[in-house]
Write a protein that binds this ligand. Structure first.
Ligand code: AMP
Ligand code: ZN
Length: 533
């Protein structure tokens, strides 16, 4: 142990805040339910990712980086995925279409959460790798279901395997729902094959065109909850320390995970601390596509630096609801910029502030932790060097300003200004220093429109300002390039090769050589541009 911090965590199951005592301090174990990969993750999904990233960092600080295992699964089997695959790739066999949807979404998810400066978990297992018994003997879903049947906790009915909730005396303890309550609201007709309306599906049959695996109960696929029981046991054992996710997962998902895991293994608990983040709403309303206030992480990253989104998320305590507003984001931008101005002077600071750490250790009290950071900022502004040091090390502890580049970004970012592409190019070149210019461009591009961002990433990277300005004397010529490129891409997609060749010639006349290709993984058409020599 490298710290004398006393960590306290609120446990949803016992409904109190307790001192955290790991089962084995040499191997602290945390499981967090991850994304279902069929579409861009929204900013609400970013909340558990950021919150549990902070806890991961704190645990690593207390117990040592090599002594913490963080598992976050990827749900790649789900009826929403099937529907999306059939809609987006109608010509492909369903399984190929599903793979396209899940691989692309997973890549996007990683790009998004990397930009929010979240560490990757120790392991990110995919559900489909844990359906059938495995060569390495790690726990799998089919074996767990067999165990549940053998122990009298599950039964086959109506082509499904169901968990028998009446077989578990304290079913419902996490969410505080008892079986009688659920009887009252049940729709008996629909669930006629169930022994009790709250019994839930462990395995269901698949039609020939649905994804399926051959099992003792016929060709089928798992219910939603069993995957987390399998993957947590596979990597963390039958009983582990912390299990997390958003508030909405308490019932039925986590309740049912507990039932499955405890009954399959014959254990008293599944995890010792159950942690749940509160919900995020947007401008005072529930985020929903129909209200038009639904934002993906990807969209927000086009307008705000990832570190600003992260800071904005951490201003609220994780168990409280958070109201996500543009006003809040602007305030977070200002704070981020003011932090950057101080951090720049103290890049070799190593010791985070003790009061700040104490606040985090108190059930991740980030509002108190930030209040302390604002205090340190004000002291540093009045010239106190040690406050500047403590502030810098504390912010970097939370993942902010991890290199000199992200600090420099604060000097050229303004939440109210969109730069023109050419101003941007000059800026990037000024900033580039010893950084990979692609990195700089990717990170700074929230000051740009999507098209201008393409311009920078496809073209300006790898050349000089002088050269670019010789080809594009003004922003209008950049816009012309972007437009020609857009037209060419649609011509290629429509297989209008004559049209696309004509546009290629027009670009060549501007001094730009176009190279076409295909993304090896997704099969999507790609283009890169070069200065014609
Ligand atoms: P899902 O892909 O819907 O299973 O959600 C992934 C994670 O995001 C889960 O931990 C959810 O609890 C969490 N989540 C979903 N929507 C929100 C929201 N609006 N605010 C906070 N967390 C959310
Ligand atoms: Zn789960």
């Amino acid at each position: 142990m490298s710290s004398d911090l006393e960590l306290k965590l609120y446990d949803t199951l016992s409904r109190d805040k307790r001192t955290f005592v790991p089962i084995d301090p040499a191997r602290v174990r945390m499981y967090v339910c991850g994304p279902t990969v069929y579409d861009y993750a929204h900013i609400g999904n970013a909340r558990p990712v950021i919150v549990f990233d902070v806890l991961f960092r704190l645990l690593r600080h207390i117990y040592g980086a090599d002594h913490v295992t963080y598992v976050r699964n990827i749900t790649d089997v789900d009826d929403k995925i099937n529907a999306r695959a059939a809609r987006d790739f109608p010509g492909l066999p369903l399984n190929d279409a599903i793979r396209k949807v899940t691989e692309k979404t997973e890549q996007q998810f990683h790009a998004d959460v990397d930009a929010l400066v979240c560490l990757r978990p120790t392991v990110e297992p995919r559900a489909t790798d844990f359906v059938l018994p495995r060569a390495d003997g790690k726990v799998d879903m089919v074996t767990l279901i067999k165990q549940l049947i053998a122990r009298g906790h599950a039964y086959e009915a109506g082509g499904e395997v169901l968990f028998d909730t009446t077989s578990m005396p304290d079913y419902g303890a996490l969410s505080g729902r008892n079986l009688e309550d659920q009887l009252a609201g049940a729709r008996i007709a629909v669930d006629a094959h169930k022994k009790h309306p709250s019994d839930f599906v462990l395995w269901k049959q698949s039609t020939p065109d649905e994804p399926g695996w051959d099992s003792p109960w016929g060709r089928g696929r798992p219910g939603w909850h069993i995957e987390c029981s399998a993957m947590s046991a596979a990597y963390l054992g039958e009983v582990f320390d912390i299990h997390g996710g958003g508030l909405d997962l308490i019932f039925p998902h986590h309740e049912n995970e507990i039932a499955q895991s405890r009954c399959a293994h014959g254990t008293k608990v599944m995890a010792n601390y159950w942690m749940h983040n509160g919900f995020l709403q947007v401008e005072g309303e529930k985020m929903s596509k129909s209200l038009g206030n639904f934002f993906t992480i990807h969209e927000l990253l086009a307008d705000w630096p990832g570190e600003v989104l992260r800071l904005n998320m951490l201003r609220s305590h994780y168990r409280q609801p958070i109201d996500w507003t543009v006003r809040g984001l602007k305030e977070s931008s200002k704070n981020w910029i003011s932090f950057g101005n101080i951090v720049r002077e103290h890049m070799n600071a190593t010791a985070p502030d003790q009061e700040f750490l104490n606040a985090l250790a108190d059930d991740l009290n980030t509002p108190v932790a930030f209040a302390r950071l604002f205090e340190l900022r004000d002291l540093a502004l009045r010239g106190d060097q040690s406050s500047g040091q403590a502030l810098t090390a504390s912010l970097r502890f939370l993942g902010f300003f991890k290199n000199a580049f992200s600090v420099k970004m604060t000097t050229s970012y303004s939440p109210d200004i969109k730069m023109s592409p050419l101003d941007f190019v000059s800026n990037v070149q000024n900033l580039s220093g010893d950084f990979e210019i692609r990195d700089v461009a990717e990170q700074l591009s929230q000051n740009l429109s999507q098209a201008a961002r393409d311009f920078v990433l496809k073209f300006a990277v790898g050349t000089t300002v002088k050269k670019i300005k010789s080809i594009f004397p003004d922003d209008a010529s950049v816009e012309r390039l972007i437009e020609l490129d857009r037209l060419r891409l649609s011509a290629r997609k429509a297989k209008d090769f004559k049209g696309s060749d004509r546009l290629r010639d027009e670009l060549a006349n501007m001094g730009i050589a176009v190279k076409d290709g295909k993304d090896a993984k997704t099969g999507e058409l790609t283009t890169s541009w070069e200065v014609a020599r």
